[in-house]
Design a protein around this ligand. Structure first.
Ligand code: FAD
Ligand code: SF4
Length: 326
C-alpha cells in the first residue's frame, strides 16, 4: 500500500477544507471499498479525510425521508419506516455484501463504490477505467458478469451496487456540498454510463462531499420489491437485479417504477418499460411486454448473452410479486 496521510473532520465545513488543503485526497466512509482498492494499488490517494462519523441521522419528514450520508447500510435497512414504506430499499440493502460489511458501509460510500470488473482490480491487466487509453481487457476477455446496457467500446463494466438500483427506482435525490456550494442531484443524473470517458462514474466534482440522500414518500412505494439473482445466495454481486414498484387502482396499473442492476454500466432505470406498464392490467402479458422494452437496447458480449433472458424473466417475477402484494 502506498503511504498516505489521514485526518478526521469534526464537521462538514472542516471536511471540505481538509480536502482542499490536501490536493490528492479522498473522503473515507466505512472504508470497505476504498481501502481494498488502495491495497490493490487501484486507488492511490495521498490523503484521506475521514467523514464516516458525520451526517449519520435518518429524519422522517412529512413527505420525504432524509438519510445522512454516513448512515450505515444495516441501520438503514432495518429502519422501521424504510422496511414498511420503502421495502425495495430495505431488501436491496440486505441483499448486498455481508452483515459485517453492511455494518461498516455508509450510504455515500455505497453510492460511490467502484466496479468489481476483475481486470480493473488487477493492475497487471490493461484497463481504460484505471489508465486512460490503455485498452479494455474485458471486451475480448472473460466477460460473463459484465454489462449489456450502457456499454461502449471502451468499457463494459457493470455498476455493482444493489442500494443504488432501489434509490434510482424511488427517484431519490443526492445532496452534495463542495467548493462551489450546496446542490441537489437527482439520482437518475448522478451516475454516468462508462462511455467515452470510463474514468468518470458520477457527476460529483473534485472535493464535493455527499451529505445526504432524500427520498420522496409516495404511498405506492410500500408496494415494492427487490429481486437479486446471483451465482450464490450470499456474499455475491448481482448477475441481474430488479427494483420494482407498482401503483394499482382497480384492475389497472396507474404508476410503475422499474430499475435494473447487474446489467448496466450505471444503475439502470427502465423508464420506457414503466410507461408501457401504465394503463395495463397487472398480468403476465403486460410484464412480458415491459421486459421486452426494458432490454430492447441490450448489447451482449461473448459470455453474457444469457443476461438478456435472465433479466426479462427477473422483471416478470419481480412485477408478479409486487402485483400480488396487498
Ligand atoms: C466482499 C464484499 C462484498 C460486497 N458485496 C456487495 C453486494 O453484493 N452489493 C453491493 O451493493 N455492494 C457490495 N459490496 C460493496 C459495499 O456495498 C461497499 O464496499 C460499501 O457500500 C462502500 O461503503 P463505504 O462507506 O465502506 O465506502 P468507502 O470504501 O469508505 O468509500 C467508497 C468511495 O466513496 C467515497 N466517499 C465515501 N463517503 C463519501 C462522502 N460522504 N462524499 C463523497 N465521497 C465519499 C470514497 O472516497 C470512496 O471513493 C461488497 C463489498 C465487499 C468488500
Ligand atoms: S470493462 Fe471497464 S473496468 Fe473492466 S477492463 Fe474494461 S475498461 Fe476496465
Amino acid at each position: 500500500m502506498q503511504q498516505f496521510s489521514y485526518s478526521r473532520a469534526p464537521d462538514i465545513a472542516a471536511a471540505l477544507q481538509q480536502s482542499k488543503d490536501h490536493g490528492e485526497s479522498k473522503y473515507l466512509g466505512g472504508g470497505t471499498t476504498l481501502l481494498d482498492c488502495m491495497k490493490l494499488h487501484v486507488e492511490t490517494p495521498a490523503h484521506l479525510v475521514d467523514v464516516n462519523h458525520l451526517a449519520n441521522r435518518i429524519e422522517v419528514k412529512s413527505t420525504t425521508i432524509r438519510i445522512g450520508a454516513a448512515v450505515r447500510n444495516s441501520d438503514l435497512a432495518y429502519h422501521e419506516v424504510i422496511r414498511t414504506k420503502f421495502p425495495v430499499l430495505s431488501e436491496a440493502l440486505l441483499a448486498g455484501a455481508t452483515p459485517q460489511i453492511r455494518n461498516m458501509a455508509t450510504v455515500a460510500g455505497n453510492l460511490l463504490q467502484r466496479t468489481r470488473c476483475t481486470y480493473f482490480r488487477d493492475t497487471t491487466w490493461p484497463c481504460n477505467k484505471r489508465e486512460p487509453d490503455s485498452g479494455c481487457s474485458a471486451i475480448d476477455g472473460f466477460n460473463r458478469s459484465h454489462a449489456i446496457l450502457g456499454t461502449s467500446d471502451k468499457c463494459i463494466a457493470t455498476h455493482p451496487s444493489d442500494m443504488c438500483v432501489a434509490l434510482i427506482a424511488l427517484d431519490a435525490v443526492i445532496e452534495a456540498e463542495g467548493p462551489r456550494g450546496k446542490r441537489q442531484i437527482p439520482m437518475r443524473d448522478f451516475h454516468v454510463a462508462y462511455g467515452e470517458d470510463p474514468i468518470k462514474e458520477s457527476v460529483l466534482e473534485a472535493g464535493e462531499l455527499i451529505t445526504a440522500v432524500e427520498i420522496p414518500e409516495l404511498p405506492f412505494y410500500a408496494r415494492s420489491h427487490y429481486l437479486k439473482v446471483r451465482d450464490r445466495a450470499s456474499f455475491e454481486f448481482a448477475l441481474v437485479s430488479v427494483a420494482a414498484a407498482l401503483q394499482i387502482e382497480g384492475d389497472r396499473i396507474t404508476g410503475a417504477r422499474l430499475a435494473l442492476g447487474g446489467v448496466g454500466t450505471k444503475p439502470w432505470r427502465a423508464t420506457e418499460a414503466e410507461q408501457a406498464l401504465v394503463g395495463r392490467h397487472p398480468d403476465e402479458n403486460a410484464f412480458v411486454e415491459a421486459a421486452g422494452v426494458a432490454l430492447r437496447d441490450a448489447r451482449p458480449q461473448r459470455d453474457n448473452g444469457f443476461k438478456i433472458e435472465l433479466a426479462k424473466r427477473s422483471i416478470c417475477r419481480a412485477l408478479g410479486v409486487v402485483a400480488r402484494m396487498k
